[in-house]
Write a protein that binds this ligand. Structure first.
Ligand code: PLP
Length: 230
């Protein structure tokens, strides 16, 4: 089941790349495994998946310990400053940096542990009240400020698009994020190389790929619905 789902998502990404005249190698699928048990991750790992996304620090740490060390872990959820120290040396990319204070903490802990941390700035492109992320107008200044900090490197931007019935409705937000990244890239900020856009989830990743996503974050489409225990 899982491996079939995974293959289907890969196929859909390839098809979207075809439509957009992009190379499939440009797009990395992150299997979003939050709430799912280790054996399920292992099944997808054995099938070839090396990028996994989690949104809670403790869960990421538990799975990091339990699973092979060549996995690239993506922190995609809201990150509290007091938890940064547990993950800076374990994550491949933090997608959810939306304030200078959080970036400062990541930088401080990265210096302490003598690692370099790659991050994306989360942008609330659609301006939804309920979502984290900086406002699009703030993204450039935030990029420039973070660029001055040691041991942290801004690699691009992430957005979570609204929940919609018709994924086409999110195309404009993916376009906006891409345009924003192009505008900031043109400023050639020292110590910043914008390489990645992280956008697209189960409902809309094909549209996101058509609009230039480098990372897509797919959970339900691979692992099935999540059941949260309350
Ligand atoms: C849960 C989550 C996803 C995956 O959502 P699906 O709709 O299950 O694919 C992607 N990105 C973020 C930030 C998430 O929290």
């Amino acid at each position: 089941m899982l491996t079939q789902n995974y293959d289907q998502v890969i196929q859909n990404i390839q098809d979207a790349c075809g439509r957009a005249e992009r190379k499939p190698e440009e797009v990395t699928l992150i299997a979003v495994s939050k709430t799912k048990p280790v054996p399920m991750l292992l099944e997808v790992y054995k099938h070839g998946c090396r990028h996994f996304g989690e949104n809670k620090v403790q869960e990421l740490l538990d799975k990091y310990e339990a699973l092979p060390k060549d996995i690239k872990w993506h922190m995609i959820g809201h990150l509290q400053r007091n938890k940064v120290k547990y993950i800076v040396d374990k994550v491949y990319l933090i997608h959810s940096v939306d304030s200078f204070r959080l970036a400062e903490e990541i930088s401080r802990e990265a210096v302490k542990k003598q690692v370099h941390v790659n991050i994306l700035i989360e942008v609330n492109v659609a301006g939804e009240e309920s979502k984290f992320g900086c406002r699009p107008e703030e993204a450039c200044d935030l990029t420039m400020e973070i660029a001055k900090l040691p041991n942290i490197c801004v690699k691009g931007y992430m957005t979570i698009a609204p929940f919609v019935e018709n994924p086409q409705d999110n195309r404009e937000y993916f376009r906006k994020l891409r345009q924003l990244s192009v505008d900031i890239m043109r400023k050639s900020i020292d110590n910043v190389s914008i390489e990645y856009l992280s956008m697209g989830m189960t409902g809309d990743y094909e549209i996101a790929v058509e609009e230039g996503a480098d990372f897509v974050r797919v959970g339900t489409g691979i692992f099935g619905e999540r059941s949260y225990i309350v």
